[in-house]
Design a protein around this ligand. Structure first.
Ligand code: RP5
Length: 193
């Protein structure tokens, strides 16, 4: 039996994107965009490990029953959200270290990655790249069950490869910039003559 992925426009969300603060949205919106581009239904919520610990427990405990299949959790600084979420659910939890002002996200990265054996968090890169990759990794996990999602991910990868191969010379990839600069350079030469 094949599973068909629910229509993202009407469906129950398969992925939950949670974050410690609204200030994390600037980073986490890239995970949401990635899922949207792949047509994966998802929800987004602020759930703080420190400021709303009871909500964190309730949300994480109920996620599986509500039909969520992957949780992406982003947090910065003393980033306990992904690890504590993982401690309350058997669903795969992907952690995104948000770049902190004080330590550039190294604190977030270590807080999320250095889990004790027994409670894993799949930890991605700091910041935007990590948020995008969390979306792609969630798609890869779901792709094992939903063929349309696997296909969407395959198409994304093909397109990405074609884009790189299509612009092998970065100097030729910036004609717009050359057009802006060239007239000014001509003008300067005239003046000197
Ligand atoms: C963490 O503290 C959040 O994940 C956020 O990255 C950081 C700062 O939060 P705000 O003070 O901006 O709300 O819990």
């Amino acid at each position: 039996m094949t599973n068909s992925a629910p229509d993202p426009a009407v469906a129950r969300p398969l992925v939950a994107i949670i974050m410690g603060s609204t200030s994390d949205w600037e980073t986490m919106e890239h995970a949401a965009k990635t899922l949207r581009d792949l047509g994966i239904a998802h929800e987004t919520r602020v759930v703080s490990a420190h400021r709303t610990p009871d909500l964190l427990f309730d949300y994480s405990s109920a996620a599986e029953q509500r039909g969520i299949e992957v949780i992406i959790a982003g947090a910065g600084g003393a980033a306990h959200l992904p690890g504590m979420t993982a401690s309350k659910t058997a669903l795969p939890v992907l952690g995104v270290p948000v770049e902190s002002k004080a330590l550039k996200g190294l604190d977030s990265l270590l807080s999320i990655a250095q889990m004790p054996g027994g409670i894993p968090v799949g930890t991605l890169a700091i910041g935007k790249a990590g948020a995008i990759n969390a979306g792609l990794l969630a798609a890869a996990i779901l792709g094992n069950k939903y063929p349309e999602i696997r296909e969407a991910l395959r198409k994304f990868r093909q397109l990405q490869t074609a884009k790189v191969l299509g612009t092998p010379d970065p100097a030729k990839a910036a004609p717009a910039l050359a057009k802006i600069i060239a007239p000014a350079a001509k003008h300067k030469r005239k003046k000197r003559a």
